[in-house]
Design a protein around this ligand. Structure first.
Ligand code: PMP
Length: 435
C-alpha cells in the first residue's frame, strides 16, 4: 500500500531499485531499456560516473546557498556554458528547477518586459492547439490541450490558440509544404490582428513537438515565417525546448536546425539528465536590458533556483556531452533508429507515420494504414502498448489524443545519447513485438 498520490491512483507500478547505463532494474532484478529516457530526461542514461563524481564533490563542498545571499561558482559556470553554447543573441540565463517553472518564468519575463517598456496594455499570449507546456497554472493555460485544461477553468492568463503545423501528410494532403507552412503561420498574424496589433505579449511553441504529438518537426520555413510575423508586431517568440532541446535532436538546441533564434527559450529535462531537477530560461539581451535599465530586477523567484546541486548536475551533463562527442552519436544513432523502425514497422498495418529528429522519434498508430484512420480512444492503445513494452523490458512513451485531444495514438522514443547500434536494434525489435 502506497501513501504517494500517483497520477493514476490505481496503477500498480514496478519498484525501480537501480539504474545502470541505459537500463533501470526493478526489485525482481528485471531490466528495462530506458528507450524513453523517462520522459526525454535521462540523456546520459543512469549512474554515469562523471556526473556522479561531480555531484559527490558538490555535495561535499556545499549543497545549498540561497540566491538572495550568494551567487556560486558552479551556477556561474553553468550559466556561462549555457550562454556560450546558445544561439547568438540569447546571452543571459535564468536558472530554475524544471520545465514548468521555466515556462512560468518565461511568460512572466515576457509580460514584465512590456511593462518595463511602457506597453502594459499587452496581455495576450498565443500558443497552439494540442500543445503541452507544463502543469502549473500559467503553463497549463498556455498549453492547448482542452482535456488537461477543462477542469481548471477559469485559467489565470489569457491565451489564444492557433493550429499546430504538423508535417503529417494526411492532414494537409494535396498541399505543398511551403503552402502549408505559409497557411499555418498566417494564422498567427490573423490572431494578432484580431486581438490588436499592440496587444500580444508572446507566441509560444515547441520547436519539435514532443509529448502531445510524438516528435513532430516543424514544416520547413514555418518557424522562419513565425519569427518574421513576431518581429512585424513586436511580439516575443518563446520556443519551448524543455523536451526537444539540449542535444535530443542532434544539435544542442533544436531551433539551430530551423535557422531561428527566439527571444526566450525554455530548457529543462536533458539539461540535468535526471541527475537533479534543473531548468532554465535563455533570454535575449533586449529583455535583460529592459530590466537592467528599468526597475532593475525581474519580479520573480523560487527558493531553489540556481541550486548548487542542480547546477553541478547541469554542468557535468554538458561536459560529458562535449567530452564524449555525444551529439555526433545522437545524429548517427538517430539515423540508425529511423532505419530500424522503418524496417521493423514501416509496413505494419497499424503504423501510419514514423518521424522525428535525432534520438527523438515518434511512431504514429492507426487503425487502417491506407487511409490513416485513427483507433477509437476506447482501444486505449497507449495503456496497452506501455504494458506490452514493459513486459518485454522496454520503456517507451506512448500517448493518446494526438490528433484532437481524444483520438490519435503515438509512441515517443527518446533513448539516452550513449546508445549503441546493438541497443537500437534491440529497442526496435522489442517495440515492434510490443506493437
Ligand atoms: N514543456 C514541454 C514541452 C514539456 O514536454 C514539459 C514536460 N513534459 C514541460 C514543459 C514541463 O516540464 P516539467 O514536467 O519539468 O515541469
Amino acid at each position: 500500500m502506497t501513501h504517494i498520490l500517483h497520477r493514476a491512483i490505481h496503477s500498480k507500478l514496478p519498484v525501480a531499485v537501480r539504474g545502470q547505463g541505459i537500463e533501470i532494474f526493478d526489485a525482481d532484478g528485471k531490466g528495462y531499456i530506458d528507450a524513453s529516457g523517462g520522459a526525454a530526461v535521462s540523456c546520459l542514461g543512469h549512474a554515469h560516473p562523471a556526473v556522479l563524481a561531480a555531484l559527490h564533490e558538490q555535495l561535499d563542498t556545499m549543497a545549498y546557498a540561497h540566491t538572495g545571499f550568494f551567487t556560486t561558482d558552479v551556477a556561474e559556470r553553468l550559466a556561462d556554458r549555457l550562454v556560450d553554447d546558445a544561439p547568438k543573441g540569447l546571452d543571459h540565463v535564468y536558472l530554475v528547477s524544471g520545465g514548468s517553472e521555466a515556462v512560468e518564468a518565461a511568460l512572466k519575463m515576457a509580460r514584465q518586459y512590456f511593462v518595463e517598456k511602457g506597453e502594459p496594455q499587452r496581455r495576450h499570449i498565443i500558443a497552439r492547439r494540442q500543445s503541452y507546456h507544463g502543469n502549473t497554472l500559467g503553463a497549463l493555460a498556455t498549453g492547448g490541450n482542452e482535456w488537461r485544461r477543462s477542469q481548471f477553468r477559469p485559467l489565470l492568463i489569457e491565451t489564444h490558440h492557433i493550429d499546430p503545423c504538423y508535417a503529417y501528410r494526411l492532414r494537409h494532403e494535396g498541399e505543398t509544404d511551403e503552402a502549408f507552412a505559409a497557411r499555418s503561420a498566417q494564422q498567427l498574424e490573423d490572431k494578432i490582428l484580431e486581438l490588436g496589433e499592440d496587444q500580444v505579449i508572446a507566441f509560444v511553441a515547441e520547436t519539435v513537438v514532443g509529448a502531445t504529438s510524438g516528435a513532430v518537426p516543424p514544416v520547413a520555413d514555418y518557424l522562419k515565417r513565425i519569427r518574421a510575423i513576431c518581429d512585424r508586431y513586436g511580439v516575443l517568440l518563446i520556443l519551448d525546448e524543455v523536451m526537444c532541446g539540449m542535444g535530443r535532436t542532434g544539435t544542442l538546441h533544436a531551433c539551430e536546425q530551423d535557422g531561428v533564434v527566439p527571444d526566450l527559450m525554455t530548457i529543462a529535462k536533458g539539461l540535468g539528465g535526471g541527475y537533479q531537477p534543473v531548468g532554465a530560461v535563455l533570454l535575449s539581451g533586449k529583455i535583460f536590458n529592459a530590466f537592467a535599465n528599468g526597475s532593475g530586477f525581474f519580479q520573480h523567484g523560487h527558493t531553489y533556483m540556481g541550486h548548487p546541486m542542480a547546477a553541478a548536475a547541469g554542468l557535468a551533463v554538458q561536459n560529458v556531452i562535449r567530452n564524449e562527442n555525444l551529439l555526433a552519436n545522437v545524429d548517427a544513432m538517430g539515423d540508425h533508429l529511423e532505419t530500424r523502425l522503418i524496417e521493423r514497422l514501416g509496413n505494419h498495418n497499424h503504423v501510419g507515420d514514423i518521424r522525428g529528429r535525432g534520438l527523438f522519434r515518434g511512431v504514429e498508430l492507426v487503425r487502417d494504414r491506407s487511409n490513416k484512420t485513427p483507433f477509437d480512444p476506447s482501444a486505449k492503445l497507449n495503456v496497452r502498448i506501455k504494458r506490452e513494452a514493459m513486459a518485454r523490458g522496454l520503456m517507451v512513451y506512448p500517448m493518446g489524443g494526438t490528433i484532437d485531444g481524444q483520438t490519435g495514438d503515438h509512441v515517443l522514443l527518446a533513448p539516452p545519447f550513449i546508445v549503441t547500434d546493438r541497443d537500437i536494434d534491440t529497442i526496435a525489435e522489442r517495440l515492434g513485438d510490443a506493437i
